[in-house]
Design a protein around this ligand. Structure first.
Ligand SMILES: C[S@@+](CC[C@H](N)C(=O)[O-])C[C@H]1O[C@@H](n2cnc3c(N)ncnc32)[C@H](O)[C@@H]1O
Ligand SMILES: [Zn+2]
Length: 284
């Protein structure tokens, strides 16, 4: 394992540092051992995944070979351009040369080329996914490109990375089927430093299109498009939250900056004209 990647990793079960054993597996003081297969550590936790995560893993393992064609069809069927989509996602991360960036659910790696280009030779790019087959294609796509992308097989709900390890994080396309949505959002926020950017998107047709012929056709083909952005599940310290739609307004895109704390109230200011404070209101 590359030392700069080892430095970012920790045990997904207990958050202690990991060590490389002589047989290249990663071990933790809690007694767990994580295998490394063809250079890719398998850090999936928990051992028994929720049924929806097992389904997603198995489904993506079985369609990995056709996934790129499917992604292109999703773009073209909404008259959108895939290169422009991937460039937009990388732009929203606000990356600078030398930054550390993590992609959650990288799939076959379609988002990675513009990300790698933005952080440059001195940057660090890590990419995780639950499907070994999707990761296999992603790692062959990125072979030979610099900086080297560090891949790992992980569950988004239990990330094997230290708090604040990254300057920015991207997730596109998997959230709707995650077994533990709120936990995954908390994890994605935890591993980004205060002030860093989180960019998340998935199927979710803009509400004003749901009842149009356009919306009904899209939802009939795939009911996941009926889902709406998980605004209520964002962590309290998400700041500068922005919501937009892309791919013909059929995918939502949520962006936020990681704040140092949740918004705070000054409880002791008198409310004009009411002769009381918010502290009085809270105590009533
Ligand atoms: C639609 S693909 C998106 C791939 C890529 N981000 C893209 O934009 O083309 C969804 C990905 O989410 C991954 N995934 C599903 N559940 C996951 C989980 N619990 N943790 C991490 N990745 C997961 C799948 O294996 C799959 O590669
Ligand atoms: Zn451990």
């Amino acid at each position: 394992m590359h030392p700069s990647f080892m430095q970012l990793l920790h045990c997904p079960a207990c958050a202690s540092p990991l060590r490389e054993a002589a047989d290249t597996s990663l071990t933790c003081d809690c007694g767990r051992t994580f295998p490394v297969r063809v250079g890719v550590p398998d850090l999936v936790y928990p051992e028994h995944l929720l049924p929806s995560d097992v389904d997603a893993r198995d489904q993506y393992d079985s369609v990995a070979e056709f996934y790129d064609d499917y992604a292109e069809w999703v773009c073209r069927t909404t008259n959108s351009n895939q290169a422009a989509l991937r460039a937009t996602l990388a732009d929203r991360l606000e990356l600078k040369p030398g930054d550390r960036v993590l992609e959650i659910s990288c799939g076959t790696g379609l988002d990675l080329p513009p990300v790698v280009e933005k952080v440059g030779d001195h940057g660090t790019v890590a990419a995780i996914d639950l499907s070994a087959e999707m990761l296999r294609i992603a790692s062959s796509r990125m072979a030979g490109l610099r900086p080297t992308v560090h891949f790992a097989r992980c569950n988004a709900a239990y990330l094997p990375f230290a708090d604040g390890a990254f300057d920015a994080l991207l997730h596109f396309g998997g959230l709707n089927t995650f077994g533990e949505l709120e936990r995954s959002l908390a994890e994605m926020t935890r591993v980004v430093r205060v002030g860093g950017k989180v960019v998340i998107g998935d199927e979710g047709i803009a509400p004003w299109l749901l009842q149009t012929a356009y919306g009904r056709t899209i939802v009939r083909n795939d009911p996941l498009y009926r889902l709406q952005p998980p605004l209520a599940a964002l962590p309290a310290h998400a700041q500068e939250v922005q919501l937009s739609w892309l791919l013909g307004n059929s995918f939502y895109l949520l962006e936020y900056r990681v704040g140092s704390q949740a918004p705070q109230l000054d409880l002791d200011l008198k409310i004009p004209g009411r002769n009381k404070t918010l502290r009085d209101v809270a105590a009533a």
